[in-house]
Design a protein around this ligand. Structure first.
Ligand SMILES: *[C@@H]1O[C@H](CO)[C@@H](O)[C@H](O)[C@H]1NC(C)=O
Ligand SMILES: *[C@@H]1O[C@H](CO)[C@@H](O)[C@H](O)[C@H]1NC(C)=O
Ligand SMILES: *[C@@H]1O[C@H](CO)[C@@H](O)[C@H](O)[C@H]1NC(C)=O
Ligand SMILES: *[C@@H]1O[C@H](CO)[C@@H](O)[C@H](O)[C@H]1NC(C)=O
Ligand SMILES: *[C@@H]1O[C@H](CO)[C@@H](O)[C@H](O)[C@H]1NC(C)=O
Ligand SMILES: *[C@@H]1O[C@H](CO)[C@@H](O)[C@H](O)[C@H]1NC(C)=O
Ligand SMILES: *[C@@H]1O[C@H](CO)[C@@H](O)[C@H](O)[C@H]1NC(C)=O
Ligand SMILES: *[C@@H]1O[C@H](CO)[C@@H](O)[C@H](O)[C@H]1NC(C)=O
Ligand SMILES: *[C@@H]1O[C@H](CO)[C@@H](O)[C@H](O)[C@H]1NC(C)=O
Ligand SMILES: *[C@@H]1O[C@H](CO)[C@@H](O)[C@H](O)[C@H]1NC(C)=O
Ligand SMILES: *[C@@H]1O[C@H](CO)[C@@H](O)[C@H](O)[C@H]1NC(C)=O
Ligand SMILES: *[C@@H]1O[C@H](CO)[C@@H](O)[C@H](O)[C@H]1NC(C)=O
Length: 416
């Protein structure tokens, strides 16, 4: 129920045009522009009963005078939006190296506002906050069309259709943008001009029910060896890295490879093949081997290297595993798997492959040979077959029962 209302509120937010807010310094220079839709869900007590209310940031919300561009290193830029009877939403910014972020989100609300909180037991001011929710590269605007929910104690705030930039030098949004992970790799693959997209999920007091990211787009990759094409692969590629952050919490970096921005290289000899995929600062190298006696090719090694967000303790990440043993098929055939496969590189790094079809070493006419389907797909196929068979059985039983019944009643009439 509450969820439905929240969805409705979020939807309402979407239908509304986003509101735009600006912060200027004393000389009139604009340092923050925020264009956003914000939906709130608040739980409060009404005579001991839990009540949920849902509302959106009104378009007539105003930029509070506490908003500021910050003074060098003495204070940080902050955007404070006032609305209704004493409610305010604050976005506190900070910068680190080549990134800026909403370091803290604060929401002050006034429970004595009877229009938003009818019959609230208490009439006091409340404040909830959440650390680091948005991060973007310096000199780029942060863009997130999809909604991003921030859960705090008794309050959920949902941002959508966000375009936001702090530390502006030019008074307008930068041309380049940092897209949020939620928007990445839609079917129409938006090309980002920024170095890298990351999600950093901050463990919160409430478990973060972040929806899983979209599946990566399927790319076509090939390697040419001395005898022509020696690796032919279709797959969607996703990297999942957990890493320790400077604040000792754990971060998660989920990255989808964008096929047309991925460069391919590799090499082959008669027993070993390398597929080297580079997407921006991230590289995955697959090493395939030949089991000559069994006439099979298989994935033997995976090597991953990437640059993690600056909040990571060690931004340079590398991992490799030389005994993976996956994607196995007979030489001359292709390996195919529609189910997602998770290749464990180390405890910290997973390479997830989606809708893979691959053939290595011997590829006649640069086309895939006969398909060897993975076990997961066959299991998935088995379920509809079993259900189908069960249904067919049921239909048969009903039919027989009907025929027998009809015969009996016929017999009955005759005896009368
Ligand atoms: C997003 O905001 C822009 C400008 O504020 C508006 O034109 C557009 O319709 C909004 N899109 C959605 C999906 O709400
Ligand atoms: C803002 O708009 C709401 C209706 O959308 C109205 O009730 C309220 O009085 C307005 N507040 C100000 C400060 O204009
Ligand atoms: C902070 O700014 C003041 C004056 O601008 C400067 O003297 C001081 O060194 C700065 N401190 C740091 C840590 O950058
Ligand atoms: C608030 O309380 C009054 C009287 O106690 C009651 O009539 C009204 O329905 C209540 N409103 C809500 C929204 O609970
Ligand atoms: C916030 O969201 C969580 C999970 O989506 C939900 O369990 C909780 O009830 C929500 N809280 C509020 C105040 O809407
Ligand atoms: C400032 O904006 C103008 C256009 O408004 C653009 O031509 C110029 O390159 C921008 N300068 C910087 C430093 O971003
Ligand atoms: C945008 O990004 C591209 C590629 O990173 C860079 O070459 C270009 O200078 C950037 N444009 C601006 C206005 O910063
Ligand atoms: C992949 O195949 C295309 C067309 O067959 C070819 O032009 C390209 O050089 C190949 N790429 C590699 C890395 O071998
Ligand atoms: C990413 O890895 C973490 C830790 O191994 C795991 O909990 C999470 O489910 C993974 N997510 C995806 C999308 O693979
Ligand atoms: C290329 O083909 C020749 C002849 O079939 C074979 O001897 C050789 O091992 C092949 N080389 C590779 C790299 O597969
Ligand atoms: C093929 O290459 C691998 C690694 O690149 C090497 O270890 C192996 O000796 C090579 N085999 C042949 C037959 O050249
Ligand atoms: C992978 O490709 C990159 C360039 O695309 C290259 O710099 C790197 O050396 C390659 N790695 C291997 C192991 O071939």
């Amino acid at each position: 129920m509450a969820r439905g209302l929240l969805a409705a509120a979020a939807l309402l937010g979407f239908l509304q045009a986003s509101s735009s807010f600006e912060v200027k310094d004393s000389s009139g220079r604009i340092c923050i522009i925020a264009d956003l839709t914000v939906a709130f869900s608040v739980e409060y007590k009404n005579h001991g009963q839990k009540e949920f209310v849902h509302f959106v940031l009104p378009q007539n919300a105003t930029v509070d005078s506490q908003s500021s561009c910050g003074k060098d290193n003495a204070s940080h830029p902050v955007l404070v939006l006032d609305f209704g009877a004493g409610h305010s939403l604050s976005l506190n910014f900070s910068e680190s190296a080549d990134k800026y972020q909403v370091e803290e989100l604060l929401f002050h609300y006034n429970l004595s506002d009877a229009t938003l909180f009818p019959n609230s037991t208490t009439g006091d001011m409340k404040t909830v906050s959440h650390k680091s929710i948005i991060q973007a590269h310096m000199g780029t605007k942060y863009r997130c069309i999809n909604s991003k929910q921030v859960n705090m104690k008794s309050v959920n705030v949902t941002f959508s259709n966000v375009t936001l930039e702090a530390y502006l030098t030019n008074g307008t949004f930068s041309v380049n943008k940092t897209e949020c992970a939620e928007d990445m790799v839609s079917t129409t693959t938006v090309v980002s001009t920024t170095p890298k997209q990351t999600t950093s999920q901050v463990p919160t007091t409430s478990p973060a029910p972040t929806s899983s990211p979209p599946n990566p787009a399927v790319g076509k990759y090939n390697v040419t060896g001395p005898n022509g094409t020696c690796v032919l692969a279709y797959m969607g590629l996703q990297l999942n890295i957990t890493y320790p952050k400077k604040d000792e919490k754990m971060g998660l970096d989920l990255l989808n490879f964008i096929p047309h921005n991925t460069s391919v290289s590799g090499r082959c000899n008669s027993t070993s093949a390398l597929l080297n995929l580079t997407f921006e600062k991230t590289r995955v190298i697959f090493q395939f081997a030949l089991n000559a006696s069994a006439e099979k090719f298989f994935l033997q090694g995976v090597n991953v290297s990437t640059t993690l967000p600056s909040e990571a303790k060690n931004p340079n990440f590398e991992a490799s595993n030389n005994s993976v043993s996956g994607l196995r098929a007979t030489v001359g055939n292709s390996y195919k798997c529609n189910s997602e496969e998770n290749l464990q590189v180390t405890d910290e790094a997973l390479v997830n492959v989606f809708n893979v079809q691959i053939q290595v070493f011997k590829i006649d006419g640069d086309k895939f040979g006969p398909v060897e389907e993975c076990q997961q797909d066959e299991n998935n196929m088995l379920i509809p077959i079993i259900v189908g068979a069960a249904l067919a059985g049921l239909v048969l039983i009903v039919l027989i029962a009907y025929l027998i019944g009809r015969k009996r009643s016929h017999a009955g009439y005759q005896t009368i």
